[in-house]
Design a protein around this ligand. Sequence first.
Ligand code: TTP
Ligand code: MG
Length: 445
Amino acid sequence: MLKLVPMITLSTHAVKPPAIQDHPLPSLEMARANPHWDRIVLHADMDAFYAAVEQRDHPELQGKPILIGSNSWRGVVLTASYEARPFGVGSGMPVAEARRRCPAALMVEPNFERYQHVSNQIMDIFADFSPSVETISLDEAFLDMTGAMHLFGEPSEMGRQLKARVFNETGLHISVGISGTKYVAKVASAHDKPNGLTVVPQHDAQQWLSVLPVNRLWGVGAKTTPKLEELGYKFIGDIASTDVRVLEQQLGMPGVHYHALAHARDPRRVERGKTSKSLGSDRTLSEDVSKPEDILVHLRRSAERISRRLRAKNYVAHGLRVRLKSRDFDMFTRQRKFPKPVDTADALISAAACLLTAFDRPGPFRLVGMVAFDLDWRDEPNQMDMFEDGAAHSLETTIDDLIDLFGSDVVVRARDLNAHGTVSKNGVNLDFVDTRDGERVSKPG
Ligand code: TTP
Ligand code: MG
């Protein structure tokens, strides 16, 4: 395979965990010590997703050409294992045609429930790597990793860690592309499939793209490719070196768009939108509560749990939602955004106390809890001035250290003690991570 100059390509084609030390040394990235990254966009896409899940779960299919689909299911191949692909079969091909091209291939019926389950697992892993995850499909997402170097190291290291987590937790391989734009990250993740890791620093991206065929431009499909070739544009570099006015004249607005992509210009941000992660903690009580001061006791506990988890993950929250569930199981919520991002229990509890006054229902309530939402990276581990209250932040990080060393009972706030000098126990805590709308991964705590 032609190895293009400015990139790192790490690939193991056999089905085995990514052995980091086996990979060839990053070429250009090593040569140019620490290239500067204004933005880091990571694109991750599972390899032969449905087929890989079937091979994992049915050892007799491993190493064999398989097609996912059925004659009854729209009659098309949903995907083919990498063993079948050299025969020219793949997604969208009529099953009859695929069987003709690859007679040895075994047909496997899809099991969508299982694919959804694995998809949830990988999306949860993504959410641990970045608060800004844009899900594209069941097996594919963009992660904005800007500002995360102090947590994961160089971009190539981010990719290695993500691949290792996915493999360790699912037994499946994922290909990763990393660059300064969504476009180049996506082209890079497909560049060395399966089990690839390709890093293209932004300042090398145009050169890296230049030798790829024009059909690697977004928006250039089977119809446009021959049209571009007729005009003399075979490689992306041919588009990049042409005056944009000429392209516009020949192709209209798409010509301008191809020109920008060929120069590795793509201003689109990773849209976390509904995929943004939030952290929550609810408490279902053994005795219902009505009085604001009683509700606040429980909210304080939720605030402490959430803030510890925020700090442990180096996250800050831009918003807070308080949740109260009535005896009739109706859920009531009130929420607000913070003027500055927060990660302390103090900030969460002050906002919660404020929000509590906005509820127009008296109770009694059987569940109280809160959710910190619109999470973001804390830019620098010690960037204190970004917080409303630096003193509260250092006090709470000190408490984190004590709890890490001696366990959760080592420090108790005086206001949480009851008349007997003990912490009152009422109910069961449920901490959760919301990674997508309406979906929740719960962890009783
Ligand atoms: P893809 O990521 O496009 O394909 P893939 O994961 O099978 O293979 P690759 O290594 O090239 O990424 O799609 C993910 C899954 O979505 C795929 O396993 C099956 C399903 N799918 C369909 O059901 N219909 C389709 O047309 C395509 C393209 C995929
Ligand atoms: Mg895929």
